[in-house]
Structure formats: C-alpha cells, structure tokens
Design a protein around this ligand. Structure first.
Ligand code: SAH
Length: 315
C-alpha cells in the first residue's frame, strides 16, 4: 500500500488469510477459534453417517472418494471416515488445502490422504464432500454504492476509504461453489457445506476478525488474526445450481444434527463414559442450541441431480 496505494477489501482479506493459515494452526483452546469438529467427535461422526447413508442410497458406487475442503487439523475427516469405513466405504481421501502447516496436521490424523491446492484438481469420480468453515475464509468484496470498498494506509495504521451502507459479494466463493458443483454434476456425489451466515442475501458489513477467541478489529495486525465474513447461502446455492448441480434448502446446524440423531449419540457416549457425561452434554448444547451454533451455523447440500438428498436436509 505504501508504494502502490489502496487495495480492495477482498485483496486485503485474501492476503491476510493466506499468511495467517500458512504460519500457524489457529484451532482449539490455545489458538484463535474453535470449530464444530474440535468441540466434539459427534459432529464429524454425524457428517460421516450422513455421507455414508447418501452413498449407500446412491447404490454405493465403488469408485467414490471422500473429499474435504479446508480440513483444518483433520479432526472432522478422521471422525467422519471412522463411521464411513464402518458403513463399508473404502474409497480414497482427497483433501483440498493450501496451508503446508495444516497439511502436516492433517497427515497425522488422516494417514494415506492425498492433497490438492484447488477443487478443480479433485479426481474425476463421485465425491462425498464436506466443507466446514471453508467458505467463510474465502475473500468477500465490499461495495458502497457502485464503488468497491478499499483499505488504505493512514499514517501507521489501516483504514477503510469508504463508509456507508456496505453490500458484500464474493466472486471467490461463487467460483469455488461452481467448481464443486460442476465436478459433482459431471461425476456424481454430494457435498455438505456447513458455515455461519445467512439464508437470504442482505446488505451489511459482516467482515470480522477473531483472535484468542475474541472479536478484534479486522484492520489490526494484518495476517495475524482470523478474518471471515458471513456466508450468503442464497448466492452459494445459485452458483452451484448454475453449474448444473441440485441444491437443498438451507437448514440450521441444530436441526440438521438433531435429524441425524445427535441426542442418541450423546446419550450413548455419556453412558459409555459417565465421567464425561457433563462434557458431552455441554458439547451437544453448543453445537445445536439456537443461542450457540444451532441456527447461526447453517447447512446445505450440493448434489448430483440423480443422487439422493442427504438425510437431515430437504430438497
Ligand atoms: N474445516 C476445519 C478448519 C476450518 S479453518 C474445521 O472445521 O475445523 C479453514 C480451513 O480452510 C483451513 O484448513 C485453511 O487452511 C483452509 N483454507 C483457507 N483458505 C483456503 C483456500 N483458498 N484453499 C484451500 N484451503 C483454504
């Protein structure tokens, strides 16, 4: 910025996050934020059960692969695959991840996985996909009227050039959803997309920074805190449908997990280990309560038009 001038919010977010994820494992109590699979094994297990059931109802095609976008530490993949292997799924594992640091974490928990930098590089086979808190990290543009909002250097700190009513758009997210949908429409499969955001497009600035489990100023310490923005599920669905896939209605994470039987799973885990009963119950509340992650976090599936609608979701 000092030599070339202001940059767009999208360019700022992309540059910050690529440095951020390349240089640390941000997840868990000692990091900056905690995701659903890091709260409890129940989350990944139910995602795995949902994908395995969908695969079996599709006729259990033997060439199918598990794929995940932005797998973090690999916790979700490990929990999901344990259930999927038990249900007879024997396919390979393909992870789309740009951070070498996080690829190393994933290698520990998901032995035998293969890595790719882009969705387009996934193999041409039916895919069982999950993307949890992947889309929220992809850059958004912010528009004020017909000007794209810029970030500039103001003395030694950063500042937004334009104020006023902000409208967000994300060509990067739409392109990723379209690439995933194109793949699924061509080769079969289903993808669960889970993220925080809104079901209908609406105006407003949702760019946020999180550091050490607290909200922070997104213009402070560029590249040293997690930058995300609400996912516009309507726009994501439109991009996926435009690329030839079917897209389900949006469900709240709480309703989705309850439909898949999270209460029964919590009871079984608590019964097996009474000392951990309170912890299991707290995790259940955190994942499903409306006051926690139950309704802010949402789920859609992008699936081949001839594949079944994944359980817990409605077409
Ligand atoms: N799904 C995990 C981690 C979410 S954090 C969980 O639920 O715990 C976001 C993840 O997306 C990280 O693994 C990060 O490195 C990855 N990521 C961010 N931008 C990416 C991009 N453009 N391409 C591929 N992976 C990306």
């Amino acid at each position: 910025m000092r030599t070339r001038g202001p940059i767009t919010v999208a360019a700022y977010m992309e540059a910050c996050n690529s440095h951020y994820y390349a240089t640390r494992d941000p997840l868990g109590a000692a990091g900056d934020f905690t995701t659903a699979p890091e709260i409890s094994q129940m989350f990944g297990e139910l995602v795995g059960a949902c994908l395995a059931d969908c695969w079996r109802r599709a006729g259990a095609p033997g060439d199918s692969a598990y794929a995940e976008l932005g797998p973090g530490r690999g916790t979700l993949a490990a929990d999901a695959l344990r259930v999927m292997r038990g249900a007879g799924f024997a396919g390979p594992v393909h992870l789309v991840e740009t951070s070498e640091r996080l690829r190393a974490e994933q290698a520990v928990r998901v032995p035998g996985a293969q890595w790719h930098a882009r969705i387009e590089q996934l193999p041409p086979v039916p895919l069982l996909v999950v993307a949890n808190e992947f889309f929220d990290a992809l850059p958004v543009e912010q528009w004020v009227g017909d000007e794209q909002r810029l970030v500039t250097l103001d003395g030694e700190s950063l500042a937004f050039v334009q104020g006023g009513l902000v409208v967000e758009r994300s060509p990067a997210r739409a392109a990723a959803a379209a690439a995933l949908a194109r793949h699924i429409a061509a080769h079969g499969g289903a993808a669960l997309v889970i993220d925080y955001g809104h079901a209908q497009s609406s105006a407003g600035d949702t760019l946020q920074a999180v550091r050490a489990h607290r909200f922070a100023d997104p213009l402070h310490d560029p590249g040293e805190q997690d930058l995300t923005a609400h996912v516009d599920f309507a726009a994501l669905g439109d991009a996926a449908r435009g690329a030839g896939a079917a897209v389900t209605a949006v469900a709240g994470q709480g309703a989705f997990l309850h439909a898949l039987g999270i209460s029964a799973r919590a009871s079984a885990l608590a019964a097996r280990n009474a000392a951990r009963g309170a912890e299991v119950h707290a995790a259940l509340q955190r994942l499903t309560d409306d006051a926690a992650m139950g309704s802010l976090f949402k789920v859609i599936a992008i699936h081949h038009p001839h594949w079944p609608v994944p359980a817990g979701l409605a077409s």
